[in-house]
Design a binder for this molecule. Structure first.
Ligand SMILES: [Fe+2]
Ligand SMILES: [Fe+2]
Length: 254
């Protein structure tokens, strides 16, 4: 029996954790540790004697992380806190937009479009938009919020097709939820439709995990279009400060 099958067979909780890992594509250290801990708990119940490994406290885990400056900028969060796969995917999307000579606000939207996944996968477009809302123009916020719905709907006029990978993730028969369909219809007729559509178009070709990318080409655009708070992200008391703190301190138990 392989490890996955073994974990999934232990309990409903184990299966839920695995499903979460599959859906997000991210198996975090925390998740792996949670699964391992659950395994030992189940074994103890079954055998009454297995030794539980010592669990690290969040303080110990934070000591192992690269410290952030006291007033973290977007660049700091990207370089020191975003999971590598999100960093790489977002920067590749923005690179595509830069190469195409797209508008700076579209390039910024591409750069930020999947940062919401650092918090959780479901509704990542809505979450990511809420995360950056206090710091960008309404147009950038709008493009990020609606890219999630637009991903499900082809637009042959601009050569955007339904993503092949969604057949694997959602199944062939999947129909987007009514709120996604409604948001698509709304976005399709909106004056900023193309901004969000371009995010989905740059998105599709940006999953090369081997490509080495940096934030360097985007620092000027960030400087012009992202309102960096003087207190630092997380500490400026906006409606999304708590989300930035979650990214800064991903191990805090509560
Ligand atoms: Fe996305
Ligand atoms: Fe994406």
């Amino acid at each position: 029996m392989d490890r996955r099958t073994f974990i999934a067979s232990l309990s409903a909780g184990g299966a839920v954790l695995l499903a979460k890992a599959d859906a997000s594509g991210i198996v975090s250290e925390d998740l792996a540790e949670e699964v391992e801990h659950m395994m030992f708990e189940e074994m103890q119940q079954g055998q009454g004697q297995a030794q539980r490994p010592a669990r690290k406290t969040f303080i110990e885990k934070e000591k192992e992380m690269t410290p952030l400056p006291a007033k973290p900028t977007l660049e700091d969060i990207f370089n020191l806190r975003l999971p590598k796969f999100i960093f790489s995917h977002c920067v590749q999307s923005a690179n595509n937009a830069l190469k195409r000579g797209l508008d700076e606000e579209v390039i910024l939207a591409c750069l930020l479009h999947d940062t919401g996944i650092a918090l959780d996968s479901p509704d990542h477009g809505y979450r990511g938009a809420a995360l950056i809302k206090p710091y960008v123009s309404e147009k950038v916020h709008w493009a990020i919020r609606h890219h999630q719905a637009l991903r499900f709907f082809p637009d042959p006029d601009v050569g955007y097709e339904y993503p092949e990978s969604y057949y694997r993730s959602f199944g062939k028969e999947y129909k987007p939820e009514p709120y996604i369909q409604a948001d698509y219809k709304y976005a399709r007729n909106h004056k900023w439709y193309m901004n969000s559509r371009l995010v989905t178009m740059m998105d599709e070709y940006s999953f090369d995990r081997e490509e080495v990318v940096t934030l360097e080409p985007f620092l000027d655009i960030i400087g012009r279009h992202f309102k960096q708070p003087k207190e630092g992200l997380g500490w400026d008391n906006t409606e999304s400060s708590y989300m930035w703190r979650t990214i800064i301190w991903p191990h805090r138990p509560l």
